[in-house]
Structures are given as structure tokens and as C-alpha cells.
Write a protein that binds this ligand. Structure first.
Ligand code: PGA
Length: 249
């Protein structure tokens, strides 16, 4: 269960979230629980979450370890402050910062080299969805951004299916639409990586809220969720996180 905070919360707001959130998920160990704060607030989040099962990740990285790349942060640097996860290829990065599948692949490789667990995001845009091109887009993003990993690297990756038309719009994909997309991704993974695809965790993301989480988690193809807006509020994110149990029953 993952919370993507995008460009929200100052350091103080980050600390105050954890003060409220931690007691409500006390003793929770049903699954991995990760929060992705703004990069400058990662140390604050790590300190606030110390002694809990909550892990902290970066929202992006650059593939070189260091160098003259103004404005960028490396996987090694994220790891050095205690981050253990990283988001890669989020649709907002693809849309506003023009990230390509080739860059997504390089970032995935760099994340694994830095011992970070990457959540690699793929998903179709509204016009692609309307034009019935979901399948084609997902296959293309998998081929360009993920298939180039080695089998060993692939075993360390988590994939998030995030249809762009569902992100921040309040329009969630139905459990059935999400489930079909997940099955397609798993089939692509199986063609390339064989049996390892069975272990692959595929998260759904796009307007996940406390009132739709249970329906999503009931689908056996949905292994978890990547939550934006609803992860900013400690109460709603705690409600969402607890629904991880639905998947286990
Ligand atoms: P949302 O964002 O939950 O606000 O739709 C999801 C995401 O972008 O990861």
C-alpha cells in the first residue's frame, strides 16, 4: 500500500501527518506500507516513521550516481538518507517532464543498483483509453521501460497500473477494468520473464479512496494500490491501508 504525496506538504506538515497516522496503523504488518514524500522532506519522514513498519521512498531519481546534473538526485543519495523505495515513470513525470520509456528503463536499473525497490508506473491517457488503445499502450510501455531488465532485476520490481484518466479525476477504473489491465501486464511479464511473473506485485492507482478500496482489493489481480490525493490525509490513508486485509481473506 503506497502513498504518493506528489508536490504536497512542507517538512512541518510531513511530521504532523506521521504523528496522526502512526497510532492508527500501529501493529499493522499485513503488507509493505510505503510513503513517497517530497524529496527534501524524506529525512523528516524517515525520522518520524522510525521504529514503525512504514517505509519511505523517493518520487524520482536520476540514473547517474553523481555528476553535473543540476536539480537531480541519485538512487545512491536516496539510499544514503534511508529511503528504500522509489517511484519511476509516474504519468506526471512522463507528461510534464517528458520522460520516455528508455529513461524509465535506465532509472529502474539505477534504482535496483542502489538497492531501492522501484515502483514502475504505466498507464494509458484518456484519448488512448477512448480510442481503445489501452492494450497497445501498456504493451509498448512494458516493452520499452521494463522488458530490458534482467531476470534478476525484474524480480525486484513492483509495477503500478495507473490509467491517466483516473488520476486525480475522481473517476476510478472499475475493479474489472483494472483487473483486466493487470492480467494483461502479467501476461506480458510472463512472455518475457517466465515464472517470475507469478510473483510480480501489480498495484492499481487512480482516484483510490476509502469508499472504493474494498472493491478493488477483492480482485485477485490487484495486489495493492498507489494512492495520491487520499494518502495526504492520515485518516483516509489509514482506512485504505487497512483494506489490504481484504486481499488476504
Ligand atoms: P490520485 O493519484 O489517487 O490522486 O488519483 C494517484 C497517483 O497519481 O499515483
Amino acid at each position: 500500500m503506497a502513498g504518493n504525496w506528489k508536490m504536497y506538504k512542507t517538512a512541518q506538515q510531513t511530521a504532523s501527518f506521521f504523528e496522526q497516522f502512526i497510532p492508527s496503523v500501529n501493529g499493522f504488518n499485513d503488507c509493505d506500507l510505503v510513503i513517497f514524500p517530497v524529496s527534501v522532506n524524506i529525512p523528516t519522514a524517515i525520522q518520524a516513521a522510525q521504529g514503525t513498519s512504514i517505509r519511505i521512498g523517493g518520487q524520482n531519481l536520476f540514473w547517474a550516481n553523481e555528476g553535473a546534473y543540476t536539480g537531480e538526485v541519485s538512487g545512491e543519495m536516496l539510499r544514503a538518507v534511508g529511503a528504500t523505495w522509489v517511484l519511476i515513470g509516474h504519468s506526471e513525470r512522463r507528461q510534464y517532464f517528458h520522460e520516455t520509456n528508455g529513461e524509465v528503463l535506465k532509472k529502474g536499473q539505477a534504482a535496483i543498483a542502489a538497492e531501492l525497490t522501484p515502483i514502475i508506473c504505466i498507464g494509458e491517457r484518456l484519448e488512448e483509453h477512448k480510442a481503445g488503445k489501452t492494450r497497445e499502450v501498456l504493451i509498448g510501455q512494458f516493452a520499452g521501460g521494463i522488458a530490458g531488465l534482467t531476470e534478476e532485476q525484474f524480480a525486484k520490481v513492483v509495477i503500478a497500473y495507473e490509467p491517466v484518466w483516473a488520476i486525480g479525476t475522481g473517476q476510478t477504473a472499475t475493479p474489472q477494468i483494472a483487473s483486466e489491465a493487470h492480467a494483461l501486464i502479467r501476461t506480458e511479464a510472463e512472455k518475457r520473464f517466465g515464472k517470475a511473473a507469478e510473483q510480480l506485485r501489480i498495484l492499481y492507482g487512480g482516484s483510490v479512496k476509502p469508499d472504493n478500496i474494498e472493491g478493488l482489493m477483492k480482485e485477485s489481480e490487484i495486489d495493492g494500490v498507489l494512492v495520491g490525493g487520499a494518502s495526504l490525509d492520515p485518516r483516509s490513508f489509514a482506512q485504505i491501508v487497512k483494506a489490504a486485509r481484504v486481499n488476504r481473506d
